[in-house]
Design a protein around this ligand. Structure first.
Ligand SMILES: Cc1cc2nc3c(=O)[nH]c(=O)nc-3n(C[C@H](O)[C@H](O)[C@H](O)COP(=O)(O)OP(=O)(O)OC[C@H]3O[C@@H](n4cnc5c(N)ncnc54)[C@H](O)[C@@H]3O)c2cc1C
Length: 386
């Protein structure tokens, strides 16, 4: 067992942190107040600044135009970005076309990947619906084949970047009686298959665009089908879930780390009863718990990445790491607010945003309850999700 980054990874962590502190951190407060959510052009500019650091393209295969960094390296990049700006970390998936590269046909990749990688095109992934969250068997959006195109009707909800996406990976039911097996995956090119979209204002991750997308008799050409009903469309996705869940875990860990650093800074300078509050045992207890529990969640997510790098399955550490990191980040950001007393509630300190962002990180990739049920189902050999 090796708990250290390689020399190269440690150097990258140091350098990317310095870059993010210099180029990105100064924008956060102003943009979080001003943009709810990011306008497209602002997000594109921000992602372009990150591309040279292997954000977006790092996790893609060389043959798909990526740089193929190890999952662990990607994890450290995500933690560092989320430490500075969780809204930006969550929005990154709109660029680069990772899921198009993973799911689409060679023909479709040829057509869309270059535009997604240059950020001339922005992407989204639309699965959740107003009435369909954890239980994907009930997808209500329908796709009906009519001649050389499908006609799509329905709504998607909470789709990151769905408001400005040019290219959307869309899940729709071709046959609702078949539940999950009736699902098909499409690539919707908004320029030829228009749909409406509005954004959902939310408690945290305010700059990250969360959209409701409405498809009304939207015609999607047959050649934009990725996988049809009865071809195991969902299986194409499940292989990705270990990676994406561990990554949301890293986002939560980045937030927790930022909150710990803020709490330490404050405890080292705030004076009450004639001493720095960092000298009080209960303040030390809050900070100690925060450091230890964040490290435990971090190690679990890195274990998931380490298994994935070795080509192994990582469901338990990825789902476990995701929910542990979500819950730890909420506790740690709350602890940081306690350390700040009344000032923890004030917008002039960052901890109130960390707390809001930590809470908003629960649902993406599945709420903690669902992650627990996946872990429970694995270890018991029986699923609660029937
Ligand atoms: C910031 C953000 C980004 C997102 N990005 C995207 C995106 O890009 N694309 C996309 O398609 N979706 C996206 N989502 C949606 C997200 O994937 C869903 O919110 C999530 O999968 C679960 O759906 P739900 O929140 O509606 O919860 P529901 O399924 O309605 O659950 C409600 C509550 O009941 C609990 N619950 C449900 N079933 C069970 C059970 N069997 N046992 C115990 N408890 C249960 C849940 O844990 C939860 O606490 C995003 C959400 C957020 C907040």
């Amino acid at each position: 067992m090796d708990f250290e980054f390689t020399e190269e990874q440690a150097m990258l962590q140091k350098n990317v942190r310095a870059f993010l502190e210099k180029e990105i951190a100064p924008l956060v407060n102003e943009y979080e107040q001003k943009y709810t959510p990011f306008p497209r052009e602002i997000l594109v500019d921000l992602i372009k600044k990150l591309l040279p650091w292997d954000y977006c393209l790092g996790i893609m295969k060389k043959e798909d135009g990526g740089t193929e960094i190890p999952y662990i390296t990607n994890g450290l990049l995500q933690e560092e970005l989320s430490r500075v700006w969780p809204s930006l970390a969550v929005s990154l998936g709109s660029g680069g076309g990772y899921l198009v590269a993973k799911l689409a046909t060679e023909e479709q990749k040829k057509k869309y990947l270059p535009g997604l990688q240059s950020l001339d095109l922005m992407g989204a992934f639309a699965l959740t619906e107003p009435n369909v969250g954890s239980d994907l068997r009930g997808v209500e959006t329908t796709a009906v084949l009519q001649g050389d195109h499908y006609v799509v009707n329905g709504q998607k909800a909470w789709v990151t970047g769905g408001n400005f996406a040019d290219i959307t990976i869309l899940f729709a039911s071709e046959d609702r009686s078949q539940g999950m097996d009736g699902l098909a995956i499409f690539l919707v090119d908004r320029r030829e298959s228009p749909f409406e979209a509005t954004t959902i204002p939310k408690i945290g991750l305010r700059c990250a665009p969360s959209a409701i997308m409405t498809f009304t008799d939207c015609k999607v050409p047959k050649e934009n089908l990725i996988a049809g009903a009865g071809t195991g469309a969902m299986n194409k996705l499940t292989g990705e879930l270990g990676f994406t869940r561990a990554t949301v875990g890293m986002f939560s860990i980045g937030i927790a780390q930022a909150a710990i650093e803020a709490a330490i800074r404050y405890a080292q300078q705030r004076v009450q009863f004639g001493r720095k509050i960092g000298k009080f045992q209960m303040i030390q207890g809050l900070i100690a718990e925060s450091v230890v529990e964040t490290e435990a969640a971090r190690l679990l997510c890195y274990k998931a990445y380490s298994l994935l790098d070795a080509g192994k399955e990582a469901i338990i550490p990825a789902c476990g790491g995701k929910y542990l990191a979500n819950e730890v980040a909420l506790k740690v950001t709350s602890n940081a607010m306690k350390v700040h007393g009344a000032w923890g509630l004030a917008e002039e300190y960052p901890v109130e945003r960390y707390f809001r962002d930590a809470r908003a990180m629960f649902p993406p990739e599945g709420n903690p309850e669902i992650q627990k049920l996946i872990v429970g189902g694995r270890v018991l050999g029986m699923s609660a999700l029937v």
